[in-house]
Design a protein around this ligand. Structure first.
Ligand SMILES: [Zn+2]
Length: 406
């Protein structure tokens, strides 16, 4: 048990690794919420505390169950983003192998690796002992002011679930950030989305997380709208903060900064602010950094932490969202196979490589439309893999969660 302080609320609470649970695990749906996977983001912990205390006093029917887990317990105790490793960047094959082999060859692991072991085994336990369908939610906050928004891996199932919330949705962050917990969960199969509620120490972020949690309980089918205390308040709390509610954006560009380049964002940029191509955005020791294309600025860096300087995002119009959903339900691979410059890669039938020379025509956009994630690019080719479980929930049993292709 640890003591956690919220600067925003000027309040302290004690937190176990399991923050709370409610409902009957023998009945689905099962909602699994993570808070403070970044230890300097206590907002979600306080929001869950509040929601669980209200749930316990409710006398209306509740379907299924909800479990909430603390992410980085040690870092949360110290008020730090992480101790040695970012717990939201290490859900990759080598660490799953380590878990499978029971730690580092029997040597006990320290810091985030032990946090990861704990979370892994809890997830395994939830799949064994709770009932589907499963919904995973990850609660975050940002370093600078922002309207609340949702991030997700672009599967149609994630999109559909996220559309229940009157918030802007950002697709494709996993092409830029590897090893996130929600990407791992998606690779296992369940729906998994992230809620970014606003600035770390803003009291409104806790309120936004509370609203997100009530709306999640409704969207997953645990509670009826009419049974949720102040449902209308929670819905409008989220919808009134943004003119971009329910718009879907994709990440077009990421500026990766280095420690030594003296990167400095120009002051005053707001998250989601529109920008034109060639607009001056930042400076480093070489000079001006201009927008490579028009769109919106996303997550401009105003702290001296992390290697993302800023992103540029662009709205995907409703029409293209529909086209994309249709094509994916049809058979994307048949279409790709007849296009020049595109071929299967190795023996994995979900993996394609596209020549940069021949398939010049909007090739990345085409793959995105069809539900593929860009893995990497070489000098000559882009490499893509189709996201699994795009349109259908897997029927696999969740026995060995280390054998996941991520
Ligand atoms: Zn975070």
């Amino acid at each position: 048990m640890i003591l956690v302080k919220s600067e925003a609320l000027n309040k302290e609470i004690t937190v176990e690794r399991e923050i709370g649970r409610f409902g009957d695990p023998q009945k689905g749906p099962t909602i699994v919420v993570f808070a403070a996977i970044h230890g300097n983001e206590p907002s979600g912990v306080f929001a869950l505390h509040e929601v669980f205390s209200k749930l316990k006093r409710l006398t209306v029917p509740f379907h299924g169950n909800i479990v909430a887990l603390c992410g980085n317990h040690q870092a949360l105790k110290n008020g730090k983003r992480y101790i040695r490793h970012d717990l939201n960047r290490i859900w990759e094959k080598e660490n799953l192998d380590r878990i499978k082999n029971n730690g580092n060859g029997g040597v006990s692991v320290a810091d985030e690796m032990s946090e990861q072991d704990y979370i892994y085994h809890r997830i395994e336990d939830i799949f064994k002992n709770h009932k589907p369908p499963f919904y995973f939610i990850d609660l975050h906050t940002t370093s600078s002011d922002s309207v609340p928004f949702i991030t997700l891996n672009d599967t149609l199932r994630n999109r559909e679930f996220a559309m229940h919330f009157p918030l802007p949705i950002i697709l494709g962050i996993e092409e830029f950030l590897s090893g996130t917990l929600m990407s791992y969960i998606n690779a296992v199969g369940p729906i998994a989305i992230g809620f970014e509620a606003g600035r770390h120490d803003d009291p409104a972020s806790v309120e936004n997380h509370i609203s997100c949690l009530w709306l999640t309980l409704e969207a997953a089918g645990c509670l009826q709208k009419r049974d949720i205390p102040e449902y209308v308040h929670h819905y409008s709390n989220l919808s009134r903060q943004s003119l971009d509610g329910r718009k879907v954006f994709e990440i077009r560009f990421r500026y990766q900064r280095t420690e030594t380049e003296e990167f400095e964002m120009l002051p005053g940029f707001k998250n989601f602010q529109r920008i034109k191509k060639t607009k001056l955005l930042a400076r480093n020791f070489k000079g001006d950094i201009l927008a490579s294309e028009s769109g919106r600025i996303f997550l401009p860096l105003y702290q001296n932490l992390g290697d993302d300087g800023f992103f540029i995002i662009r709205e995907i119009k409703k029409f293209w969202l529909k086209v994309s959903a249709r094509l994916r339900r049809y058979d994307a691979e048949r279409l790709l196979k007849v296009l020049p410059g595109i071929e299967h890669h190795h023996c994995d039938k979900h993996c394609f490589k596209a020549s940069k020379k021949i398939a010049r025509w909007l090739v990345v956009d085409l793959f995105h439309l069809l539900g593929y994630r860009r893995l990497y690019s070489s000098a000559t080719h882009h490499y893509f893999r189709r996201r699994r479980f795009d349109t259908k929930e897997p029927e696999i049993s969740y026995q060995d969660l280390t054998q996941i292709n991520i």
